[in-house]
Design a protein around this ligand. Structure first.
Ligand code: MD3
Ligand code: FE
Length: 226
């Protein structure tokens, strides 16, 4: 920013600094936080890391146990990956599409998840599962709880990339009132403690174009599954 040469900063200058530097954290539950733009400083390492994972284990549409094909395409990296087919939802060490282990979790993604968790009151988070969801316009995720992990003492951390989404954040019952939270490129959200088992979903994605990712939203979630 520009300052008059030789003069002390004015109050206005101080507010100008704050507008640029202040972390924009929004609390959406007792232990749930939106860290606006938190991934942006690492974005030039995050996108190539994801690209490399997706070359080994490409996006694919999986079938729910009820026989519906998901509108969201997915892949995974890390020690275990989340999958679904006619026999149910579970975590596996092998990608059923390639019959090989899921790609390793890139260091930059681990670092991003750990710093966001620590910032939100969960130091020592060591995720073993990283699910990568791809939404194109029209794709959605219906209200659900994440209950396939072995324990719920660790948070879920999610990174939103590409075009925006409206995230639905509900309560402990499917019928509870939901709050809508708009999520943008670079936003990171952390859900832990009593917020970990709340119902949540994503409204159908609206048409939009992102300068780096085109007409898609990619959401990366980190969990301790085992
Ligand atoms: C709140 N994904 O993969 S991330 C999912 O944007 C999932 O792709 C959505 O829900 C997405 O299961 C939302 C945010 C998220 C993930 C897990 C949560 C929010 C959560 C668990 C508990 C509460
Ligand atoms: Fe979920």
């Amino acid at each position: 920013m520009l300052r008059r040469m030789g003069s002390e900063p004015t109050t206005l200058d101080m507010f100008a600094d704050e507008a640029v530097q202040a972390p924009r954290t929004e609390q959406i539950g007792p232990r749930a936080f939106v860290l606006r733009g938190f991934a942006l400083p690492l974005i030039e390492q995050v996108l190539p890391a994801l690209q490399q994972v997706l070359e080994q284990s490409p996006f694919r549409h999986m079938m729910t146990p009820g026989g519906f094909t998901m509108s969201v395409a997915l892949s995974n990296c890390g020690r275990v990956g989340w999958v679904t087919d006619r026999s149910g939802y579970r975590y596996t060490r092998i990608d059923p599409e390639t019959d090989a282990p899921w790609p390793a979790l890139p260091d930059v993604l681990l670092k991003l998840a750990q710093t966001a968790a620590a910032e939100s009151g969960f130091p020592g988070f060591t995720p073993d599962a990283c699910l990568i969801n791809r939404y194109v316009p029209g794709a959605k995720m219906s209200l659900h709880q994440d209950k396939n992990e072995h324990g719920y003492e660790w948070p879920v951390v999610s990174v939103s990339l590409g075009i925006p989404a409206i995230f639905l954040f509900g309560g402990m019952e499917r019928s509870d009132k939901t709050q809508r939270v708009a999520l943008f490129h670079g936003d990171v959200v952390v859900w832990g403690g009593e917020d970990r088992l709340r119902y949540h979903g994503v409204l159908p994605i609206k048409h939009a174009e992102h300068p780096l990712l085109g007409e898609q939203r990619i959401n990366v979630t980190f969990r301790k599954a085992q």
